[in-house]
Design a protein around this ligand. Sequence first.
Ligand SMILES: *Cc1c(COP(=O)(O)O)cnc(C)c1O
Length: 755
Amino acid sequence: MSETMTNKLNDLCKKDIKTASNEELYHALLKLVDEKSQQQVHSVTGRKLYYISAEFLIGKLLSNNLINLGLYDDVKEALAAAGKSLADIEEQEPEPSLGNGGLGRLAACFLDSLATLNLPGDGVGLRYHCGLFHQNFKNNIQNETPDFWLTDSCAAQATDTVFPVSLAGKEYSARLYKLPVTGYEGRTNTLNLFDLDTVDESVIGDGISFDKKDIAKNLTLFLYPDDSDEDGRLLRIYQQYFMVSAGAQLVLEECAARGCNYHNLADYAAIQINDTHPSMVIPELIRLLMLHDIDFEEAVQIVTDTCAYTNHTILAEALEKWPRHYLDTVVPQLMPIIEKLDALAKSRTEDGSLAIIDQNQVVHMAHMDIHFSHSTNGVATLHTQILKESELAGFYHLYPEKFNNKTNGITFRRWLLKCNPSLTNEIESLIGNGFKKDASELKKLLAYTNDQNVLRKLSEIKKQNKEALAAWLLHKQGIKVNTDAMFTIQSKRLHEYKRQQLNLLFLIHQYLEIKAGHIPSVPLVSIFGAKAAPAYIIAKDIIHGLLTLSQVIENDPEVSKWMQLVFVENYNVSAAEMMIPACDLSEQISLASKEASGTGNMKFMLNGALTLGTMDGANVEISEAVGNDNIYIFGQSSKQVIHRYAAGDYCAKDWYEADPNLRRAIDFLTSEKMLSFGDEEHLKRLQNELIWKDWFQTLPDFNAYVVRKQQAMADYAADQENWSCRTLINIAQAGFFSSDRTIEEYDNDIWHLGK
Ligand SMILES: *Cc1c(COP(=O)(O)O)cnc(C)c1O
């Protein structure tokens, strides 16, 4: 087999691969992937899904595509025989910068599962030139630079398809780019990305600054342009409308080509609205259908039958609402339709809080989605329950039949096969390879919980993965870590509700305990990966606190042999693939009720980490799957939290004063030691925030967190075999969290896709 592959690669390189450069090999492999993926493009019959999303955090594609197309082993072997390494070649590939965090990664996992399950489902989004910023640290502070990831080797191909889009009364052309999405032993679907030919990267000035008014040049430069001023907020609306208008035209064109007469659009298309960024697709489709001589009432019905909405958050500040004059400026053509939809919504209910346009002339995007789509889903059982009972209770009362839950999932191709080949091989040797397409087969691993050889093997694999991460950290950031230590990892976007500050307070506490002569049961390496939104001041202060503490520890040999704090720069999918397989303890410590689902939690579980977490999001379902002995749960329940918010009587200062350990840790933020490496303004602001505000109730959970984490450390130190057994149970029970299961549920309950 590998000989045929060698010949094939020689052909594609037009030379002997022994003498080819990594760049030449990279381009040859792209061609190989392209040829093979084209062979599994199928025509569509029946309903096809369009998954519209502002983000697709797809990660590097080459290895994943080779795995999905069944080429990986042959390619690896052929390259090895020629003295080449696939890992080195992969270095040539920039990671696509088309997403930000969980929501975008979910969209990427869903595309993989759709193609794997042989379902017709394409993505629709924007082709950002720089996407999310690149993060680096200077003086313990996050610094943002543009991520110029779009090189000529980028796999998204320009097409001749352009759609006219009118922004603030001026016409622009949206060009379609296509990126093939390969399924594992499945079909090839497409990620459709739109862009404007006139966008100009040279308008970017210092850092990631640019003139926000010049739409023709800046429209698709960045994902989530800074919206702390009005021009930034307007730019977001320009982007959103550009995406949905071009997307809606694509849907109509493709369906018409398959014989749709628009009256029966819902038989040809299902549109999933991923959070509120694409909400304007609803009025836009109605507008376009009316241009095809369909009257308003019928158009509303067609669009309602076609569209479905996924809610990703209950954080009030994240539910998009725009002053109506913004929409008057950017999309005057939509306002008459949004007004009619608002009037229709008001005719259905007397509850003013469910209006699309409220008394203050603010337009609520989520409200439009719920009134005028046929399905609203939350992303974990607890989240959906909170939507029904509190956050969206009024809507649930009006439309109980629309509400449903779809617990998130992750694709095991990337988050096991690709990122953890040793564990994949071990699983395969025990239970065969059926789990790659049917994740529930992982349960067969439960037969090995008493098998010492298997448990020892799992520990060895974990150790190897820790060594690989250590080598990577040394190479990337010049940091040496102790691989005999226990690795705990908290990697996710930086946000106060995710509570990296709680972990910071624990680490300060641990530092002070060691200084006081209380040696921990095991050395700890605490690893973070997180980007903060550029305008989110407290989030950046938390990063500063962590980086400063890291230096305090590093410069104290008495402590540094017991604990290390490592902050990975520029957390992205590639970093996640290195970090997650090396983790012993997964930190999922959001304030209960605030994390809609989380998907990081699932990736860590699948890769043999135990979870230290609150009863929040999908942690609840993880704890039910593995049982209380195989997870470390702590902290307030979501009911208690919701209660405390309703009562409005939380006072952080009382907690600060009542607990001497907590007070000592918070006071340390502005201690002489911290100030010798850190900046007083940042540290003082963080300290004040914790004492005087602490909106996400870090302080009430501090003590329980310390106790539970120290318990996990003691358990880890006491009995490696038992720890390993518990990681095996976590892996075995991870099958439910495959995005294949999630997509099957969406298809059965919402989409009913064709072939
Ligand atoms: C999975 C993933 C996330 C989401 O993590 P959560 O812990 O669910 O917030 C964010 N960023 C990257 C790069 C990921 O791979």
